[in-house]
Ligand binder design. Structure first.
Ligand code: PRP
Length: 202
């Protein structure tokens, strides 16, 4: 039995489709249910930012989650396979028509991803103030809450429609199969079988 944490949100549909492809149609969670038993698996539906927590604490043996979330959460998990779905970029963005002055003392950056943000600017030896928000990040520089944002860009339409531009790309992201370290050693055969199956769908 392998416990698999699947993300709700942006990569949910694509990762559920992968499992459907592998384990047959009808692979779906009932209405509001969060646990699904199927063959040798227990699947659980988890908020995507929480997938590394479930895997690191071994509530799940493996999980699917974006590289951006893995970087942000900084928990100990094994990255097994790039699933090539849920591609997006983490970028620094700011209002069009103004150049972003990275040298400005205490530049205010609004973001859902404070760890990635701090690390990126610390590596450039720039001092910033991070404002942690939980959504609608693009609003912050439009109403004077921040000078810039660090956020996810997928199609680019949210930034475009809010008159923001990309100043810098921090990282490219896509979804990964991750595993708990102990699970990986104890359930190596089953996890590698899942790895091979997922790899064959790419
Ligand atoms: C994400 C991200 C951007 C948007 C980017 O937000 O924070 O706002 O998607 O996608 P796009 O480039 O295709 O327009 P999400 O949809 O997860 O909602 P949230 O703001 O509530 O976190």
């Amino acid at each position: 039995m392998i416990k698999v944490a699947l993300p709700k949100g942006r990569i949910a549909k694509e990762s559920l489709a992968l499992f459907e492809q592998l384990y047959g149609a009808g692979f779906a969670f009932d209405d509001r249910k969060l646990i699904l038993e199927h063959r040798d698996f227990t699947f659980m539906l988890v908020r995507s930012q929480d997938v590394p927590t479930y895997v690191a604490h071994r509530a799940a043996d493996v999980g699917i989650v974006g590289l951006d979330v893995i970087e942000e959460q900084q928990l100990e998990v094994i990255k097994l396979l790039n699933l090539q779905i849920g591609r997006c970029k983490v970028v620094v963005g700011s209002p069009c028509g103004k150049s972003l002055d990275l040298q400005k003392p205490q530049l205010k950056i609004a973001t859902k991803m404070p760890n990635i943000t701090r690390k990126y600017f610390a590596n450039k030896a720039l001092s910033i103030e991070t404002l942690k928000l939980y959504g609608s990040i693009e609003l912050a520089p439009l109403v004077g809450l921040s000078d810039a944002i660090v956020d996810i860009v997928e199609t680019g339409s949210t930034m475009k429609q809010n008159n923001l531009k990309i100043d810098e790309v921090i990282m490219e992201s896509s979804a990964y199969l991750i595993a708990n370290t102990n699970s990986f050693y104890e359930k190596k055969e089953q996890i590698l079988a899942l790895y091979d199956n997922l790899k064959s769908t790419l």
